[in-house]
Design a protein around this ligand. Structure first.
Ligand SMILES: Nc1ncnc2c1ncn2CCCCCNC(=O)c1cc(-c2ccc(F)cc2)cc(O)c1O
Ligand SMILES: [Mg+2]
Length: 214
């Protein structure tokens, strides 16, 4: 059967990237998306904002919701301190298989734990399966109507601590209105909007950073 877009993206990484070089993998994916096929990676503009927040937080425990091809996984993992790992959740097994290969091509497989399944099922298992107490940093980039139920799940499961940082992609496009309303009006979060554009386009989009206040 015809290849998928993520599979074609992987081929482009293997052709144009340098094995073991995360920057070259990021550049190869951005080039593919700008010149061959648009894909829903966080992209270079929002990716730079992601980089700055990860660097500022310097997290010891990290969770990503929605791996897709592993582009933001590579962006985050390349910035983590030695010995720190990130857990990333992907629902689609075909995409997960591509992501594993892209993450490995970047040489970051030892810093990433990719788990297949839905966020609603896996979040309550984080403590028992991975010995996590709380997350220092969470990147939300999965089903847009799961952002709000999942942040409530984090609270219910005691996975947030005073100072935990949540960074959400696509709060304008496709949009996560209920999530935005919640984090911007809840006394338990301090939120800040980072304006940008939908990856590889001129369409307005942005990232919302929300700090849990305990
Ligand atoms: N572990 C898990 N749990 C729950 N859902 C899970 C999951 N693992 C995966 N998924 C399922 C996520 C599927 C992809 C989510 N991302 C998106 O849907 C997305 C869409 C656009 C977009 C914008 C304008 C357009 F015209 C078209 C598309 C841009 C983006 O940056 C996006 O992140
Ligand atoms: Mg996104």
């Amino acid at each position: 059967t015809r290849s998928t877009r993520p599979q074609r993206m992987l081929k482009a990484v293997q052709k144009n990237g340098t094995k073991g070089n995360p920057e070259s993998v990021i550049s190869a994916i951005d080039y593919f998306c700008k010149h061959s096929e648009w894909a829903m990676n966080v992209g270079d503009e929002k990716g730079s904002i992601l980089d700055s927040v990860v660097t500022e937080v310097n997290p010891s425990t990290v969770l990503e919701l929605g791996t897709y091809c592993g582009y933001s996984t590579v962006r985050i993992a390349r910035l983590l301190s030695p010995g720190t790992k990130l857990i990333t959740l992907e629902f689609n097994p075909v995409n997960a298989a591509v992501a594993r290969q892209i993450i490995a091509y970047a040489g970051l497989q030892d810093k990433v734990i990719l788990v297949e399944g839905s966020s609603g099922d896996l979040i309550p298992q984080m403590k028992e399966r991975f010995g996590i107490m709380t997350f220092d940093f969470i990147f939300l980039d999965h089903w847009k109507d799961r952002y709000l139920p999942d942040i409530k799940l984090f609270e219910e499961c005691g996975l947030l601590r005073k100072g935990s940082v949540l960074l959400a992609d696509n709060v304008i496009c496709p949009g996560t209105p209920e999530y935005l309303e919640y984090v911007r009006n809840s006394p338990r979060y301090e939120s800040k909007y980072y304006p940008a554009h939908l990856e590889y386009t001129k369409v307005e989009d942005g990232l919302e950073k929300s700090v849990f206040l305990g």
